[in-house]
Design a protein. Structure first.
Length: 335
C-alpha cells in the first residue's frame, strides 16, 4: 500500500574482503555498497544495492538516482517500478520499501508476498579466478571458511584462456565429492566452448554460467548443451525471457540486475512458467543484500548467495551460515 515517508536516506558503505576477488573482467579488494533507509518516523526499512561497473553504474550515479525521487509522495514498491530503471538504485530502495511494510504490518516479507519459505537452503561457495594451483588451494581452504564447514557445492570463476580446463581439473582433484558449477562471466569464444565442454562433462560439472558475451549469445542456439547453460548478464528482467528460450536452460536471478525484490519475484514466476530452472545469485555484499534473495532461494534449483562469506566481517544481525546452509533472515536484519 502507498505510504508517505518523512525520509529517504542513502549512503555508501565500504566492506573489505578477506582476499582479492577476481573474475574475467577484473578484481577487487572491497565491496562498495549503497544502503537506503526509508522511515515514517516510527518504522524504518532498509535495503542494500551494489553499483555495477559492468552496467555503467557507480556509487555516485546510484545515489543520484535515489535522490531524484526523494520528493515522491505515497511511494510504494509498485509505483517504484515506473520511477527507476532496473539496477542497484531501484534494488536498494525496493528492498527498503518491502522491509518497511513488513515492520509496519508486523509480518514477514514472505507472508506479504505469499511465497513459500524453507528453514535452510544450501549455497555454493565461490572460488575466485586464479591459477589452477591457487584455485585448488582455495577450494581446500574453503572447508575452513567462517561458518561454512566442508562446502558441498563450489562455483569456479573461469577466464576463457587455455588454463580453464586445468583449473577445473585441479579443483576436482582437491574436492572429488563436491558439486561443481562454473562461471565464465562472458569470457569464452564458441571454439573454447566446443573444446572444453566435453571434458567438463567428464569432470561432472553440472552448470555453465554465461559463457558468451550477452550481446553475442545467439551462438548458443547452434551448440550442443550436454551441461545446462545459465543466463546471468543476458537476463535482467522478465522482458529478457523471450529471446533466451532457445539459448539457456537456467536463469540467474540477481536483485541488482532486476532492480529489487518486486521484479525478481515476477522474474522467478515467469521464468518457471517458461520452462527455465532458477539460480538465485548475488554480488559481493553484506547480509542485508542477501536477505531478500534468500527468500527467493526457497523456490530455486541452485543457490549462490555466499557474498558475506567473502568479507572480513558482516553487519550486525547477519545471516547464519553453517556447513553451507543459510538460515532465515532475522527481523532485525531485514523483512
Amino acid at each position: 500500500m502507498p505510504t508517505s515517508f518523512l525520509s529517504i536516506e542513502a549512503k555508501e558503505e565500504i566492506w573489505p574482503l578477506k582476499q582479492p576477488f577476481r573474475i574475467s573482467r577484473g578484481s577487487r579488494t572491497e565491496a562498495r555498497v549503497v544502503v537506503v533507509a526509508v522511515s515514517n518516523g516510527k518504522h524504518v526499512g532498509r535495503g542494500e544495492g551494489i553499483p555495477l561497473a559492468r552496467y555503467n553504474q557507480s556509487t555516485a550515479s546510484v545515489l543520484a538516482q535515489i535522490e531524484s525521487i526523494t520528493g515522491e509522495k505515497n511511494l510504494d514498491f509498485h509505483e517504484l517500478q515506473d520511477l527507476l530503471a532496473p539496477g542497484a538504485a531501484r534494488n536498494a530502495l525496493d528492498c527498503a520499501l518491502w522491509d518497511f511494510e513488513a515492520k509496519a504490518f508486523g509480518k514477514r516479507v514472505w507472508e506479504l508476498a505469499n511465497i513459500p519459505i524453507v528453514p535452510e537452503v544450501e549455497t555454493s561457495f565461490t572460488i575466485s579466478l586464479d591459477t589452477p594451483e591457487k584455485m585448488s588451494a582455495a577450494a581446500s581452504a574453503a572447508a575452513f571458511a567462517q561458518g561454512f564447514g566442508a562446502p558441498r557445492i563450489l562455483k569456479l570463476k573461469l577466464g576463457g584462456d587455455d588454463l580453464d580446463l586445468s583449473r577445473v581439473q585441479a579443483v576436482r582433484e582437491t574436492a572429488p565429492a563436491a558439486r561443481l558449477l562454473i562461471d565464465a562471466n562472458e569470457s569464452w569464444s564458441p571454439s573454447h566452448y566446443r573444446e572444453i565442454v566435453p571434458a567438463l562433462k567428464e569432470l561432472r560439472v553440472e552448470l555453465i554460467e554465461q559463457p558468451f558475451p550477452a550481446d553475442s549469445d545467439e551462438v548458443l542456439e547452434t551448440l550442443d548443451h550436454p551441461i545446462p547453460v545459465c543466463a546471468d548478464e543476458s537476463c535482467h528482467t522478465t522482458a529478457d525471457l523471450p529471446r533466451l528460450t532457445n539459448r539457456y536452460e537456467v536463469i540467474n536471478v540477481k536483485l541488482d540486475k532486476s532492480g529489487g525484490f518486486t521484479e525478481a519475484l515476477r522474474l522467478c514466476t515467469r521464468a518457471e512458467e517458461s520452462g527455465f530452472k532458477l539460480l538465485i545469485g548475488c554480488m559481493v555484499c553484506t547480509s542485508l543484500a542477501i536477505a531478500p534473495a534468500r527468500l527467493l532461494a526457497s523456490i530455486s534449483e541452485w543457490v549462490d548467495l555466499d557474498g558475506p562469506l567473502l568479507l572480513t566481517h558482516d553487519r550486525d544481525h547477519g545471516l547464519n551460515y553453517h556447513s553451507g546452509e543459510i538460515g532465515i533472515p532475522s527481523p532485525e536484519l531485514w523483512g
